[in-house]
Ligand binder design. Sequence first.
Ligand code: PEP
Length: 262
Amino acid sequence: MSRRPVIAGNWKMHNLQKEAIELTNGIMQELKSEEKSTLPEVIVAPTFTSLYVVNKAINDCGCGKVKLAAQNCYFETKGAFTGECSVEMLKDTGCEYIIIGHSERREYFGETDEMVNKKAKAILLNGLIPIICCGESLEQREAGVTDYHISSQITKALRDLTSEEVSKSIIAYEPIWAIGTGKTCDSVEANRVIAMIRNVVRKLYDTTTADSIRILYGGSVKPGTIKEQMAQSDIDGALVGGASLTADSFVQIVKGAVACGV
Ligand code: PEP
Protein backbone atom coordinates (compact mmCIF):
# COMPACT_ATOMS: atom_id res chain seq x y z
CA MET A 1 0.00 0.00 0.00
CA SER A 2 1.54 3.31 -1.00
CA ARG A 3 0.78 6.34 1.14
CA ARG A 4 1.51 9.85 -0.15
CA PRO A 5 4.18 11.36 2.10
CA VAL A 6 3.49 14.57 4.00
CA ILE A 7 5.96 17.26 5.06
CA ALA A 8 4.26 19.78 7.36
CA GLY A 9 5.86 22.90 8.82
CA ASN A 10 4.61 24.03 12.23
CA TRP A 11 5.62 27.67 12.53
CA LYS A 12 4.41 27.87 16.13
CA MET A 13 4.23 31.47 17.46
CA HIS A 14 6.66 32.90 14.93
CA ASN A 15 6.44 35.35 12.02
CA LEU A 16 4.51 38.57 11.56
CA GLN A 17 2.33 38.67 8.45
CA LYS A 18 5.07 40.14 6.23
CA GLU A 19 7.52 37.44 7.34
CA ALA A 20 4.92 34.72 6.87
CA ILE A 21 4.27 35.89 3.30
CA GLU A 22 8.02 36.01 2.58
CA LEU A 23 8.52 32.51 3.96
CA THR A 24 5.59 31.13 1.94
CA ASN A 25 6.81 32.79 -1.25
CA GLY A 26 10.35 31.56 -0.54
CA ILE A 27 9.14 27.97 -0.19
CA MET A 28 7.08 28.16 -3.38
CA GLN A 29 9.96 29.79 -5.26
CA GLU A 30 12.34 26.98 -4.24
CA LEU A 31 9.77 24.35 -5.23
CA LYS A 32 9.22 26.00 -8.63
CA SER A 33 11.39 23.58 -10.59
CA GLU A 34 9.96 20.48 -8.87
CA GLU A 35 7.34 18.46 -10.70
CA LYS A 36 4.17 18.63 -8.57
CA SER A 37 3.38 14.94 -8.92
CA THR A 38 6.78 14.02 -7.44
CA LEU A 39 6.31 16.16 -4.33
CA PRO A 40 4.95 15.06 -0.97
CA GLU A 41 1.93 16.93 0.38
CA VAL A 42 3.63 20.12 1.56
CA ILE A 43 1.78 21.89 4.36
CA VAL A 44 2.52 25.09 6.27
CA ALA A 45 0.89 25.97 9.58
CA PRO A 46 1.23 29.69 10.40
CA THR A 47 -0.33 31.41 13.41
CA PHE A 48 -4.01 32.41 13.18
CA THR A 49 -3.08 36.02 12.36
CA SER A 50 -1.17 35.00 9.22
CA LEU A 51 -3.60 32.41 7.83
CA TYR A 52 -5.38 34.89 5.57
CA VAL A 53 -2.22 36.37 4.03
CA VAL A 54 -0.50 33.00 3.63
CA ASN A 55 -3.60 31.62 1.93
CA LYS A 56 -3.58 34.62 -0.40
CA ALA A 57 0.10 34.08 -1.23
CA ILE A 58 -0.59 30.41 -1.98
CA ASN A 59 -3.55 31.28 -4.21
CA ASP A 60 -1.67 34.10 -5.97
CA CYS A 61 1.10 31.64 -6.85
CA GLY A 62 -1.42 29.13 -8.15
CA CYS A 63 1.17 26.33 -8.21
CA GLY A 64 -0.91 24.14 -5.92
CA LYS A 65 2.22 22.78 -4.26
CA VAL A 66 1.65 24.16 -0.74
CA LYS A 67 -1.39 23.62 1.48
CA LEU A 68 -2.54 25.53 4.56
CA ALA A 69 -2.98 24.25 8.11
CA ALA A 70 -3.96 25.84 11.41
CA GLN A 71 -2.12 25.00 14.63
CA ASN A 72 -5.26 24.60 16.73
CA CYS A 73 -9.04 24.96 16.68
CA TYR A 74 -12.01 24.80 19.02
CA PHE A 75 -14.56 22.02 18.70
CA GLU A 76 -17.74 24.10 19.19
CA THR A 77 -19.31 25.65 16.10
CA LYS A 78 -19.94 29.16 17.50
CA GLY A 79 -20.82 31.02 20.65
CA ALA A 80 -19.35 32.63 23.75
CA PHE A 81 -15.85 31.13 23.57
CA THR A 82 -13.63 34.20 23.76
CA GLY A 83 -10.32 33.79 21.99
CA GLU A 84 -11.20 30.59 20.14
CA CYS A 85 -11.62 29.80 16.43
CA SER A 86 -14.09 27.24 15.09
CA VAL A 87 -13.18 24.77 12.36
CA GLU A 88 -15.59 26.52 10.00
CA MET A 89 -13.76 29.83 10.56
CA LEU A 90 -10.43 28.17 9.79
CA LYS A 91 -11.87 26.50 6.69
CA ASP A 92 -13.06 29.97 5.66
CA THR A 93 -9.43 31.20 5.68
CA GLY A 94 -8.37 28.36 3.38
CA CYS A 95 -7.18 25.75 5.88
CA GLU A 96 -7.35 22.14 4.74
CA TYR A 97 -5.61 20.67 7.79
CA ILE A 98 -5.58 21.43 11.52
CA ILE A 99 -2.92 20.29 13.98
CA ILE A 100 -4.43 19.07 17.26
CA GLY A 101 -3.02 17.66 20.47
CA HIS A 102 0.45 19.15 20.02
CA SER A 103 2.45 18.58 23.21
CA GLU A 104 2.80 22.33 23.70
CA ARG A 105 -1.01 22.69 23.64
CA ARG A 106 -1.34 19.77 26.04
CA GLU A 107 1.33 21.11 28.41
CA TYR A 108 0.63 24.87 28.42
CA PHE A 109 -3.06 25.04 27.52
CA GLY A 110 -4.52 21.96 29.14
CA GLU A 111 -5.59 20.15 25.96
CA THR A 112 -6.79 16.69 26.98
CA ASP A 113 -7.30 13.50 24.97
CA GLU A 114 -11.05 14.11 25.19
CA MET A 115 -10.64 17.59 23.68
CA VAL A 116 -8.43 16.17 20.95
CA ASN A 117 -11.19 13.67 20.14
CA LYS A 118 -13.85 16.41 20.00
CA LYS A 119 -11.61 18.53 17.80
CA ALA A 120 -10.89 15.59 15.45
CA LYS A 121 -14.64 15.00 15.07
CA ALA A 122 -15.35 18.69 14.35
CA ILE A 123 -12.50 18.86 11.81
CA LEU A 124 -13.63 15.75 9.93
CA LEU A 125 -17.27 16.86 10.00
CA ASN A 126 -16.20 20.02 8.15
CA GLY A 127 -14.26 18.04 5.54
CA LEU A 128 -10.81 19.02 6.82
CA ILE A 129 -7.99 16.71 7.89
CA PRO A 130 -6.76 16.53 11.49
CA ILE A 131 -3.06 16.12 12.18
CA ILE A 132 -3.29 14.38 15.54
CA CYS A 133 -0.12 14.66 17.65
CA CYS A 134 0.93 12.14 20.27
CA GLY A 135 4.15 11.44 22.11
CA GLU A 136 5.78 10.49 25.36
CA SER A 137 7.82 12.55 27.82
CA LEU A 138 11.36 11.57 28.79
CA GLU A 139 10.08 10.34 32.15
CA GLN A 140 7.52 8.09 30.43
CA ARG A 141 10.18 6.73 28.07
CA GLU A 142 12.55 6.02 30.94
CA ALA A 143 9.75 4.37 32.91
CA GLY A 144 9.10 2.05 29.95
CA VAL A 145 5.52 3.22 29.36
CA THR A 146 5.98 4.79 25.91
CA ASP A 147 3.84 2.28 24.00
CA TYR A 148 1.14 2.17 26.67
CA HIS A 149 0.91 5.97 26.80
CA ILE A 150 0.78 6.43 23.04
CA SER A 151 -1.74 3.61 22.52
CA SER A 152 -3.95 5.30 25.08
CA GLN A 153 -3.60 8.74 23.45
CA ILE A 154 -4.46 7.33 20.02
CA THR A 155 -7.35 5.16 21.21
CA LYS A 156 -8.91 8.18 22.97
CA ALA A 157 -8.25 10.56 20.06
CA LEU A 158 -9.97 8.25 17.56
CA ARG A 159 -12.97 7.35 19.74
CA ASP A 160 -16.19 7.06 17.68
CA LEU A 161 -14.51 8.00 14.39
CA THR A 162 -15.40 5.85 11.39
CA SER A 163 -12.78 3.87 9.49
CA GLU A 164 -13.29 6.22 6.54
CA GLU A 165 -12.55 9.23 8.76
CA VAL A 166 -9.49 7.58 10.28
CA SER A 167 -8.15 6.55 6.86
CA LYS A 168 -7.90 10.18 5.77
CA SER A 169 -6.54 11.49 9.07
CA ILE A 170 -2.87 12.07 9.81
CA ILE A 171 -1.08 11.17 13.05
CA ALA A 172 2.21 12.76 14.10
CA TYR A 173 4.35 10.81 16.55
CA GLU A 174 6.38 13.44 18.38
CA PRO A 175 8.44 12.30 21.37
CA ILE A 176 8.29 15.36 23.64
CA TRP A 177 11.97 15.06 24.55
CA ALA A 178 12.86 15.43 20.86
CA ILE A 179 10.78 18.57 20.18
CA GLY A 180 12.90 21.68 19.83
CA THR A 181 15.83 20.03 21.60
CA GLY A 182 17.97 19.08 18.60
CA LYS A 183 17.83 15.45 19.85
CA THR A 184 16.22 13.45 17.05
CA CYS A 185 14.69 10.10 17.98
CA ASP A 186 16.66 7.25 16.42
CA SER A 187 14.94 6.45 13.09
CA VAL A 188 14.62 2.75 13.79
CA GLU A 189 13.01 3.46 17.17
CA ALA A 190 10.70 6.13 15.68
CA ASN A 191 9.69 3.60 13.04
CA ARG A 192 9.03 0.96 15.72
CA VAL A 193 6.70 3.31 17.63
CA ILE A 194 4.96 4.37 14.42
CA ALA A 195 4.45 0.73 13.40
CA MET A 196 3.02 0.15 16.90
CA ILE A 197 0.59 3.06 16.35
CA ARG A 198 -0.42 1.53 13.01
CA ASN A 199 -1.08 -1.71 14.84
CA VAL A 200 -3.31 0.10 17.35
CA VAL A 201 -5.31 1.44 14.38
CA ARG A 202 -5.42 -2.08 12.90
CA LYS A 203 -6.85 -3.47 16.14
CA LEU A 204 -9.39 -0.65 16.51
CA TYR A 205 -10.42 -0.77 12.83
CA ASP A 206 -8.93 -3.05 10.17
CA THR A 207 -5.88 -3.55 7.99
CA THR A 208 -7.14 -1.30 5.19
CA THR A 209 -7.55 1.62 7.62
CA ALA A 210 -4.16 0.95 9.24
CA ASP A 211 -2.50 0.81 5.82
CA SER A 212 -4.17 4.06 4.71
CA ILE A 213 -3.54 6.43 7.61
CA ARG A 214 -0.42 8.57 7.27
CA ILE A 215 1.79 8.63 10.36
CA LEU A 216 4.53 11.24 10.55
CA TYR A 217 7.55 11.61 12.77
CA GLY A 218 8.21 14.95 14.49
CA GLY A 219 11.02 16.05 16.77
CA SER A 220 14.10 17.97 15.60
CA VAL A 221 13.76 16.85 11.98
CA LYS A 222 16.49 18.50 9.91
CA PRO A 223 17.65 18.36 6.30
CA GLY A 224 20.34 15.91 7.42
CA THR A 225 17.90 13.46 9.07
CA ILE A 226 14.98 13.25 6.64
CA LYS A 227 16.39 10.70 4.19
CA GLU A 228 17.05 8.12 6.90
CA GLN A 229 13.62 8.80 8.43
CA MET A 230 11.82 8.46 5.10
CA ALA A 231 13.68 5.25 4.33
CA GLN A 232 11.85 3.52 7.22
CA SER A 233 8.91 1.27 6.44
CA ASP A 234 6.23 3.09 8.44
CA ILE A 235 7.30 6.73 8.58
CA ASP A 236 5.15 8.62 6.07
CA GLY A 237 6.66 12.06 6.48
CA ALA A 238 7.53 14.69 9.03
CA LEU A 239 6.05 17.41 11.19
CA VAL A 240 8.79 20.01 11.32
CA GLY A 241 9.10 22.87 13.82
CA GLY A 242 12.39 24.82 13.93
CA ALA A 243 13.64 23.71 10.52
CA SER A 244 10.42 24.91 8.85
CA LEU A 245 11.18 28.53 9.70
CA THR A 246 13.49 29.12 6.78
CA ALA A 247 12.53 28.32 3.20
CA ASP A 248 15.93 26.81 2.55
CA SER A 249 15.93 24.20 5.33
CA PHE A 250 12.22 23.38 4.91
CA VAL A 251 12.59 22.85 1.16
CA GLN A 252 15.71 20.74 1.73
CA ILE A 253 13.53 18.51 3.92
CA VAL A 254 10.81 18.39 1.23
CA LYS A 255 13.44 17.53 -1.40
CA GLY A 256 14.96 14.94 0.92
CA ALA A 257 11.59 13.22 0.99
CA VAL A 258 11.39 13.42 -2.82
CA ALA A 259 14.82 11.81 -3.07
CA CYS A 260 13.44 8.87 -1.11
CA GLY A 261 11.09 8.07 -3.94
CA VAL A 262 7.83 9.85 -3.09
C1 PEP B 1 7.01 20.48 16.48
O1 PEP B 1 6.83 21.54 17.05
O2 PEP B 1 6.03 19.83 16.08
C2 PEP B 1 8.38 20.04 16.26
C3 PEP B 1 8.58 18.82 15.87
O3 PEP B 1 9.37 20.95 16.51
P1 PEP B 1 10.95 20.76 16.17
O4 PEP B 1 11.05 20.25 14.76
O5 PEP B 1 11.54 22.11 16.33
O6 PEP B 1 11.48 19.74 17.14
